[in-house]
Design a protein around this ligand. Structure first.
Ligand code: SAM
Length: 216
C-alpha cells in the first residue's frame, strides 16, 4: 500500500511513522509513505503557496497552481493513477466501511489543507474523495491524514501480527469489542471476572459475546 502525502509540514509525520506497527510495516515494505512538500511546487520566489481570499474575509487560502502541479508530478511516480483524497471538514465522515474501501486500492494521494483550506478549483480539477475525520476543526489535514494512514494500514495483510486481532476489532465485526483484562487478577479490590479465569472456552466465548452486545 502506497500513500503519497502532500503537505506544508512533512516533518510532522516523522515521529509518528518512526514508531510501532507503522514503522515495522514501512521497514518490511508493506506500507510505503512518500511525503511531498507543497512549497517545492511554488513558483513564488518566497515559496508562498497561499493568498488572501477573493471577496475578502479572514485567513489565507491555498493556491490552486502548486497543488495541481504537485499532484500531477506525484501521479506520474507510478504507472497507474491514484485516487486523490482531500482531508476536509466538509468531507464524507471516515468510518470503518470507508477505511475498508480505501484499503482495497493499492495507492492513495492525501492532500493536507492548512489555513482556510484549498482554492475551490483544486476540487473542481482533481475531483478528490473528500474525507472528514469528525465534526470539529483541526489546524491542518496532517493529523487527519495520519488517521487515514493508520486505519487503512491495519488492514494491509501482515501489518498487524495477528489477522484474528483485526477481525475481532470493534466495527469490523459489527459489534464493539468487549472488555479485556490482564495480570494482576486483582487490583485495589477490583477482580477479573471469574469466567475469564475459568479455562472454560465456551463459557468465555459466551461471556465475551454478551459483553460486546452490551457495549454495542
Ligand atoms: N475554515 C475551514 C473550514 O471551515 O473548512 C477550516 C480549515 S482548517 C483550519 C485547515 C485544514 O485542516 C483543512 O483544509 C483540512 O485539510 C484540515 N481539517 C480540519 N478539520 C478537519 C477534519 N475534521 N477532517 C479532516 N481534515 C480537517
Amino acid at each position: 500500500m502506497r500513500f503519497d502525502v502532500v503537505t506544508l509540514f512533512p516533518e510532522i509525520f516523522s515521529g509518528y511513522l518512526d514508531q510501532g506497527l507503522l514503522k515495522k510495516a514501512i521497514d518490511r515494505s508493506l506500507v510505503n509513505i512518500q511525503l511531498h512538500d507543497l512549497r517545492a511546487w511554488s513558483t513564488d520566489k518566497h515559496q508562498k503557496v497561499d493568498d488572501r481570499p477573493f471577496g475578502g474575509g479572514p485567513g489565507m487560502v491555498l493556491q490552486v497552481q502548486p497543488v495541481i502541479d504537485c499532484v500531477e508530478h506525484v501521479q506520474k511516480l507510478e504507472k497507474t493513477p491514484s485516487q486523490v483524497i482531500m482531508l476536509t471538514p466538509q468531507g464524507k465522515p471516515l468510518d470503518q466501511p470507508l477505511v475498508e474501501q480505501l484499503a482495497d486500492q493499492p495507492r492513495q494521494i492525501l492532500l493536507c489543507g492548512r489555513y482556510e483550506g484549498f482554492d475551490q478549483r483544486v476540487i473542481d480539477l482533481l475531483d478528490p474523495l473528500e474525507i472528514s475525520i469528525g465534526d470539529y476543526i483541526l489546524n491542518g489535514g496532517e493529523v487527519a491524514a495520519m488517521v487515514v494512514i493508520d486505519a487503512v494500514s491495519r488492514l494491509v495483510p501482515g501489518v498487524v501480527g495477528s489477522a484474528e486481532s483485526v477481525e475481532a476489532d470493534s466495527f469490523t465485526t459489527g459489534l464493539l469489542d468487549g472488555p479485556q483484562y490482564t495480570r494482576p487478577a486483582e487490583y485495589r479490590g477490583w477482580s477479573v471476572p471469574e469466567t475469564l479465569m475459568s479455562g472454560d472456552h465456551s463459557a468465555i466465548a459466551q461471556w465475551r459475546r454478551r459483553e460486546a452486545l452490551r457495549r454495542t
